[in-house]
Design a protein around this ligand. Structure first.
Ligand code: 6PG
Length: 254
């Protein structure tokens, strides 16, 4: 049985649903007067989600003063570099919403990878509850590469890593190779994980991840299994084309 899987006709419908979920989680945290801690993903898939969040109604409806933004991974480039996940979020979302600058916790991609990873691990430790080395995120957004990677956890990397934050060197498309990433223990401690997958190029990896042999060394997305939280897959029809029918939670007209 496939876990919570929602299939959308196109990326626009998927991102609108994801924005509604983001808003719902933010309102729930604000109602309890808790910070809404969310780790953003990078890459192209969430860009439309960010622009939807940056516009009415979400721009005004989300209690941004409660939001605390982190990143699931970052490329080791300066924060004003076009390949920086922070920069992509800044240009599509952060500069358009009233989130206090002090609530934005970027990974310092301008530092050497080892130093950037240690700096972020120290930050997470400062925000952690007793007994943990990292905070419990209300929401972690993830994407998935055509090779089954997520965040910057790539095929062939150690599936049993325990450090909360690690430096990574990996070659994927023409993206910067040196990165910093959260690891599965941090991600799997989250209350909610949304995996956003669109496009035909992801279809085989998605089918393998959801239907294939459990092989987290080869398919890092399979390392994502929340301990107490909820994992929800948001995929579009092109990415889902190799999944069997009938499919759960089809959103024909969302
Ligand atoms: C990154 C992302 C990465 C991304 C996948 C999918 O820094 O590149 O965090 O994990 O989510 O590579 O990328 P696309 O959304 O561009 O397909």
């Amino acid at each position: 049985m496939i876990p919570d899987l929602h299939i959308f006709p196109d990326p626009e419908a998927l991102c609108r649903f994801a924005a509604d979920e983001f808003s719902r989680f933010a309102q729930a945290a604000a109602k309890k007067h808790h910070p809404f801690r969310v780790a953003l993903s990078g890459g192209s898939t969430p860009q439309r989600l960010f622009t939807i969040l940056a516009a009415p109604p979400h721009q005004q409806a989300i209690p941004w003063e409660f939001a605390e933004l982190f990143w699931g991974d970052e490329r080791c480039v300066p924060p004003d570099h076009p390949e920086s996940n922070y920069f992509q979020a800044y240009t599509t979302l952060l500069r358009s919403v009233p989130i206090p600058q002090s609530n934005i916790y970027r990974i310092k991609g301008e530092l050497p990878p080892e130093k950037a990873a240690q700096d972020y691990a120290d930050l997470l430790a400062r925000l952690a509850p007793p007994g943990l080395a990292y905070p419990i995120f209300d929401l972690v957004l993830l994407g998935m590469g055509a090779d089954g990677h997520t965040a910057s956890l790539f095929p062939g990397s150690d599936p049993q890593i325990t450090q909360p934050v690690i430096p990574v060197t990996a070659h994927y498309q023409d993206r910067p190779a040196n990165r910093v990433t959260l690891t599965p223990p941090v991600i799997n401690a989250a209350r909610n994980i949304l995996v956003l997958v669109t496009g035909e190029s992801k279809a085989q990896a998605l089918a393998d991840a959801l239907q294939g042999k459990h092989d987290p060394a080869r398919l890092p997305i399979q390392r994502i299994n929340p301990v107490n939280g909820k994992l929800t897959w948001l995929v579009d029809r092109n990415a889902a084309r190799m999944l069997p029918s009938p499919r759960q939670n089809n959103h024909p007209n969302h």
